[in-house]
Design a protein around this ligand. Structure first.
Ligand code: DX5
Ligand code: ZN
Length: 221
């Protein structure tokens, strides 16, 4: 499967975001990963639809919006209209509202012509989102607890990736499997071998001495 690299702009210099996004594109990245945090589902607050709208004209790359927020259904309109190409929502934020909330939110995303995906935290079994696999373009498996860049990779995600890939194959679904958190040159080969094909990387890319070389290196894994 084609490996896709999704730099997380959470680790970029927010005062030079346009340049950061251009650098991602020139370096051969495949998606721009936008980490939206609300100060409630996770501690920090990052940015909202205005940031997505501002970077939209700066790149042709798809904008991969990872919503780490409560009540995601109420916010889909803003991110869809801001120019998101794919929006992913957390199972945990949805499950505490109602059993159908995740599927309803994914339907809502699709109604805007935007791709959709479900996300699970490291301590949540991937089987929880199996029921929505048929609706998803991508599933996102967190390999750190969301909230901060630069954390250590949690290896138990590897078995979840294998289970997700096996289930997608079982139901005949072509699905991107994205992994987010602690991805670097050491962990990337492990998640790819387990069956993931989309790598989110923040600190490993924006903290690298040479961003372009780091993207190329991740792609070579
Ligand atoms: C964590 C975010 C990640 C984060 C990854 O809550 O969802 O996308 O930016 O950063 P690194 O690659 O530094 O772990
Ligand atoms: Zn993320």
């Amino acid at each position: 499967m084609n490996i896709k690299i999704a730099p997380s702009i959470l680790s970029a210099d927010f005062s030079r975001m346009g340049e950061a996004v251009k650098l991602c594109e020139e370096s051969g990245a495949d998606l721009i990963h936008c980490d939206v945090m609300d100060g409630s589902f996770v501690e920090p607050i990052t940015f909202g639809g205005q940031m997505v709208k501002s970077i939209r004209p700066a790149t042709k790359l798809p904008l991969d919006v990872h919503l780490m927020i409560e009540h995601p259904k109420t916010q889909i309109k803003f991110f869809a209209e801001a120019g998101a190409d794919i929006i992913t929502v957390h199972y945990e934020a949805c499950a505490k509202i109602s059993p159908d909330y995740l599927a309803e939110t994914l339907e809502l995303i699709k109604s805007y012509g935007v791709k959709c995906g479900a996300v699970v935290n490291p301590d949540v079994p991937v089987e929880k989102i199996f029921p929505v696999f048929p609706m998803c373009d991508m599933v996102l498996l967190m390999s750190v607890f969301p909230g901060y860049g630069g954390q250590k990779f949690i290896t138990s995600v590897l078995d979840k990736i294998k289970a997700a890939r096996a289930y997608a194959q079982q139901i005949g679904k072509e699905l991107d499997i994205e992994v987010d958190g602690g991805i670097n040159f050491k962990t990337a080969p492990q998640v790819l071998a387990a069956g993931a094909n989309v790598l989110v990387a923040g600190s490993a890319l924006f903290g690298a001495p040479d961003f372009r070389a780091a993207v190329a290196e991740l792609k070579r894994q």
